[in-house]
Design a protein around this ligand. Structure first.
Ligand SMILES: Cc1cc2nc3c(=O)[nH]c(=O)nc-3n(C[C@H](O)[C@H](O)[C@H](O)COP(=O)(O)OP(=O)(O)OC[C@H]3O[C@@H](n4cnc5c(N)ncnc54)[C@H](O)[C@@H]3O)c2cc1C
Length: 391
């Protein structure tokens, strides 16, 4: 049996940023993952990327992580174009809305995870346990503990579940979950484009779902996130590379010219989930374990980083005051605040999806008129951009 103050189960972006925010603190932490989060990168960019907003950038800077990211692999974007296929509905955003040099960055998930991991290897108060999944969670009045498949056991004052959408911690703690199948699947791939992306993130809404082209560090390389009704996505996954890129070219209104696949395609079924309870006894959730949303606005990881930031602040303050880390009132403040933002974001994604759903000509006309009107209202656009930037 090994003891610590805090156990973090899940070494994805949420878990590792939480651990980094508590690194070098008086708290002893154990971070557990069923696999090694670190993976050596080759010069070929990874397929899984995230649009990281200004709030997340600020937090990662504060942790000293942003400064360590390989600049050659991250791409700032300075403007965004959103439009509807076969319609005049469109809206454009640029960095002036935020009075900043950029709106956000496209970053390979693995790059961020590796940088966090390397930082944690240096932290004397952090023990990293990888390679075996947790198979048991138990709690009582004095402690919470987990057992791994390899029979190792760990105990602490509090267990944090940052173990992703299927969160074994959430399930084992029997924390209630609301979910709704979006009935869409996101196809992700890297695509070489004939025309340069010019640091612009683009998204087109098609009748079957949104298609985003996110600019990568190479000016002719984009990461696509193509969310389609699941049967259409399955058909697209079956197409050969040439057929697929032709479909892509058409769906994207040929905005960046001809496309060529530079990676395998990956498919992610999309399900909205939020835990109705983020806190139970000595267990608390953060990141995708607590919420998962449609990727159309690229906010899932950003929400998770904000969870980690606030949870770290609450835990550090409890530790400073000599309180137990499972202090109910303090953790309830975290739960209430972060849950409210996650629910707001889920509702906003639903609103976007409903706005662009259906191709009735009248609805399409209203969308066109409405979006074009918003496009000419700088104050409304600034507010939307500040919200997306997490500011
Ligand atoms: C197609 C797509 C595009 C997206 N684009 C964006 C974007 O542009 N911007 C953005 O902000 N977000 C985006 N997201 C969301 C983002 O990818 C997720 O929100 C984020 O990766 C979740 O991180 P996490 O650390 O919470 O969970 P995860 O990354 O899922 O990490 C969970 C960890 O827990 C570990 N684990 C699981 N089970 C066990 C167990 N039994 N024992 C031990 N360890 C375990 C796993 O190995 C894993 O390392 C996108 C999502 C999708 C699907």
């Amino acid at each position: 049996m090994q003891r610590a103050d805090l156990i973090i189960v899940g070494g994805g972006m949420a878990g590792l940023t939480l651990a980094t925010a508590l690194a070098d603190s008086p708290l002893k932490l154990i971070v557990i993952d069923e696999k090694l989060p670190f993976m050596s990168l080759t010069s070929t960019p990874q397929t899984r990327v995230s649009a990281i907003n200004q709030a997340s950038e600020g937090f990662l800077r504060q942790l000293g992580i942003w400064q360590k990211l390989d600049e050659q692999r991250i791409q700032p974007y300075t403007h965004m174009q959103v439009w509807e296929q076969d319609s005049f509905a469109r809206i454009n955003f640029d960095r002036h809305s935020l009075n900043h040099t950029h709106l956000g960055h496209i970053i390979e998930n693995q790059l961020l995870i590796n940088t966090l991991w390397e930082r944690l290897l240096e932290a004397p108060n952090v023990q990293l346990e990888v390679g075996s999944p947790i198979v048991e969670l138990y709690t009582d009045d004095r402690r919470a503990g987990v057992t791994l498949a390899n029979q190792q056991r760990f105990e602490a004052q509090l267990v944090v579940g940052t173990d992703g959408i299927h969160s074994p911690i959430r399930k084992r703690a029997a924390m209630a979950l609301s979910f709704a199948d979006y009935q869409q699947t996101a196809i992700v791939a890297n695509v070489r484009t004939e025309l340069p992306h010019q640091q612009c993130a683009r998204q087109v809404f098609t009748p079957q779902g949104p298609l985003a082209f996110l600019p990568m560090a190479d000016p002719h390389l984009c990461s696509i996130v193509w969310s389609q009704d699941t049967p259409c996505a399955q058909a697209l996954m079956q197409q050969n590379a040439e057929h697929f890129t032709r479909s892509l070219y058409r769906a994207f209104d040929a905005r960046l010219g001809h496309c060529q696949l530079e990676s395998d395609r990956m498919a992610f079924p999309l399900v909205m989930r939020y835990a109705r309870q983020w806190l139970k006894h000595r267990v608390v959730l953060a990141g995708d374990a607590a919420h998962s949303i449609h990727p159309l606005a690229g906010q899932g990881a950003n929400l998770g980083l904000k969870d980690s930031k606030m949870l770290a602040e609450v835990l550090l303050s409890l530790a400073e005051n000599g309180e137990d880390l499972s202090h109910h009132r303090a953790l309830r403040t975290y739960e209430r605040s972060r849950k409210a933002e996650a629910v707001r974001m889920i509702a906003a994604m639903q609103g976007f999806r409903s706005l662009f759903a259906g191709h009735h000509p009248v609805k399409k006309l209203l969308r066109g008129v409405g979006l074009s009107a918003v496009d000419s209202m700088p104050l409304v656009k600034d507010k939307m951009m500040r919200e997306a930037a997490g500011l």
